[in-house]
Design a protein. Sequence first.
Length: 113
Amino acid sequence: QVQLVESGGGLVQPGGSLRLSCTASRMIFSSYAMGWYRQAPGKQRELVATITSGGATNYADSVKGRFTISRDNANNTVYLQMNTLKPEDTAVYYCKRHVPPLWGQGTQVTVSS
């Protein structure tokens, strides 16, 4: 079964860091553009960052300079390094293969003192 599995979420204080991982199985991972999205309570799911098969990246304005998306094709994994976290970053973070679309199950990130 083709699937994406996220990990690395948790509770962190404002100003702290977390690294999310998303590991793909049963797919040729290197061929696909991938992305990280998030959904806060009561809000729509929004794009956080994307990375193409060639490694080109794009970020939402709200995370530019603080978050970094990267990929390790040898290990079928895409990462999201999150630094200088803010309470407004609190959300469930989802990994997505763009085309054809495939979502992971999500991992909770909570930024609170």
